[in-house]
Design a protein around this ligand. Sequence first.
Ligand code: NAD
Ligand code: MG
Length: 294
Amino acid sequence: MTNPKNPLDLYYTEEFPKQYQEPPGVQAKMNPQPDCGETSYKGSGKLKNRKILVTGGDSGIGRAAAIAYAREGADVAINYLPEEQEDADEVQKLVEAEGRKAVLIPGDLSDESFCKELVDKAYNELDGLDVLALVAGKQQAVDDIMELSTEQLRKTFEVNVFSLYWVVKAALPYLPKGSSIITTTSVQGYNPSPNLLDYAPSKFAINGFTRGLAKQLASKGIRVNSVAPGPIWTALQITGGQPSEAIPTFGQQAPLKRAGQPVELSSIYVFLASDESSYVTAQIYGITGGIELA
Ligand code: NAD
Ligand code: MG
């Protein structure tokens, strides 16, 4: 018998040391290291021989999903930006340690033609494709709309929203019945912070895309759902996602009074990918430390 664990003091509960890296950032240089389940996630064959593309799979939530998928028996293709090679190499090692295939495909999702290449390469090298775990995202806090450049506005929507259309359109001809598409939204897609005027609306768009696409693809036997994380300790936050002064107490405003760790999202990405969620589509799952999705 194992005793239940108190969610309040699981994982890191101290103030985080102030730190900043240029985006997209390298997780290996963060202090403390986010916990992506490297030493803790245990699989049980839920995704045996599935073929999964994970965007943003080098670090944070995408890395936690990639590790869990491999431990559940899946082969994975991982997309990330070239600057993140070091993190991606580590994920490749972890996946290969499970005896599964890890295909690394660096490139920029804000480029439509790259999105098509990414999907073709993932399909060819994995010898199939049946799950899209679309986790990549861009977040840069800007206090004043007058300072929010059109360049940033465009890029945020290209990465967070347009790439979903481009990847899904490229993948649909390959996806068999029973496939699952998982997007990644946010509590920001319900309750926008004043300094995230590009990011938060991009997450509102992901909510609409996910629910509409789910209805469009239901008759094809393809399910579409989204995960809405609350404050999770990842590179996204220390690369300008939050102002530096907000880093030490990051997450402490949540009812559970601490930031979440990426590994706390692993199971939901596994559930939504697997046949266990066969009656689940057009849904958004919050993993938020108690922040309501409303
Ligand atoms: P992360 O920085 O570890 O992961 C984000 C990834 O996005 C990066 O690793 C990078 O590979 C990818 N990315 C960014 N721009 C890209 C581009 N142009 N082309 C290709 N890839 C690109 O941070 P994370 O927190 O794990 O982020 C994962 C997802 O979770 C994002 O969609 C983010 O919006 C969402 N999210 C995070 C939090 C949080 O508190 N960390 C909260 C809510 C939602
Ligand atoms: Mg990264």
